[in-house]
Design a protein around this ligand. Sequence first.
Ligand SMILES: Nc1ncnc2c1ncn2[C@@H]1O[C@H](COP(=O)(O)OP(=O)(O)OP(=O)(O)O)[C@@H](O)[C@H]1O
Ligand SMILES: [Mg+2]
Length: 477
Amino acid sequence: MRLQGKVSLFFGGLFLLIIIQGVFFITHDRRIFHREMADTGRLLAENLAEISRESIASYQFSRLLSQVESIRNKSDVEYISIVNENNLVLADTRSQYEGWIFSGELVRETVIEQDRSTMLVRAPVYILGTLRGNVDIAFSLDSLNQKIKENILVFLLFILFEVAAAILFILVIEIQLVRPLDQLAAKVTDINPNTLHDPIILPSSSSIEITRVSGAIDQMKNNLKKAQDEIISKTKMATMGKIAASFAHEIRNPLEAISGSVEVLSYDIDEKASGFEYIAIIREEIKNLNGYLENFLEFSKTQPVHRIRTRLNQVIEDTLLLLRPLCLKKGITCIRKYYPELADCYADPWLIKRVCMNLLLNSIEAFDEKTDAEDKRVELETANPGSGYVQLIIRDNGSGIAPEHLDKIFDPYYTTKASGSGIGLPVCRQIVEQHDGILTIASHMNDDRAQDEDRAHDWNGTEVRLMLPVFARTADE
Ligand SMILES: Nc1ncnc2c1ncn2[C@@H]1O[C@H](COP(=O)(O)OP(=O)(O)OP(=O)(O)O)[C@@H](O)[C@H]1O
Ligand SMILES: [Mg+2]
């Protein structure tokens, strides 16, 4: 059964109970009111019968009248009548009936008769053991009925409010809980690899709890997507690495044979003889092929990591020393913004130098398509950002990375360069992760895709952020 059904059933049962309870209490109240009135009436009638005995015995009927008058003002008394043994009215609050003779039997003991609007209490008057008359007191039930009516009205009003509140509650459950849950279930069922990135959108009326659940599912989808990408990337790297290793191995041997043969041939040919330039070309191409194979082989191996206390500023400086000639050639200015009190990091300096080299080469290569640009800058900024990390930001104003490429650049063999191999960034990430560090890349391009006012930046190009764990001093140091 659906939730609304259960809630409606619950309220239905509850109202039935409340109604039964209400009917019980109203009936109970009515009975108590009647009993109270009957008791009062019996007391009054029997008292009046008692005090009227003497007047009836001595035929002093005028005294009877004053006795009757003395209690006629009691609340709810409609009329009082005293008759003798012949049913002759001796005294009556309704003066027109005095002297009348009523038909009907006299009562021998106190009797209470009741219809919808009146309660009649009749008490006998005995003198020396002989029945000498009756005292009748009639009470109006109007005010009592009115009281009961008021009680019923108040009870019905309560029921009405409670029904309205229950309907409101069921509506709120329907709008805030049931409908959003249905939609959420449908959307969760629809999740597939293509929709992992789409956030779940629920109606704004959804309750906070449902919104939280949908937020958690979104978060789970993102984590799933990340884990999926990571697995794909790692599997790709491992597979490609293995292929590269065996491929390189198989090519290397014949290549060495070719290289040896070329060397032997070159001894016999005079350097000035025609065709010698071809030997130089073969040598050059063998060198290129070897370099390419080295590259693949290096990628296929996971480097052992020897982490020590490392000064990041120094590692960057060492890397820049190697790249200075290239920067000079391409007219690129390297701006160092080293933080003088930079904490030491816990890293393998050789591997981090490899990372810096790859990242800086990418920045330098980012100007390949902007050969005419006048202001070619690569900024290197170090900082202590806290949270246990040392930070290096490499910022260039080169070509930037188009948004559609940004989430692929860490995929092995993904490259946009004609001569690139696409393994620089995957290797960097692998090394940084081995160091428990973080490597992120952001890019801003001054083209139509990024002309959003909110995303305006004072630079266009690429910003790489490398975070490495701070070296923690141990007690014995
Ligand atoms: N600073 C940068 N500016 C612009 N594009 C960049 C930058 N860094 C990386 N990229 C983009 O990321 C892609 C992948 O970079 P990666 O270093 O992995 O491979 P590559 O540079 O193409 O080749 P290689 O393996 O020789 O490094 C590049 O092809 C380029 O499109
Ligand atoms: Mg590269």
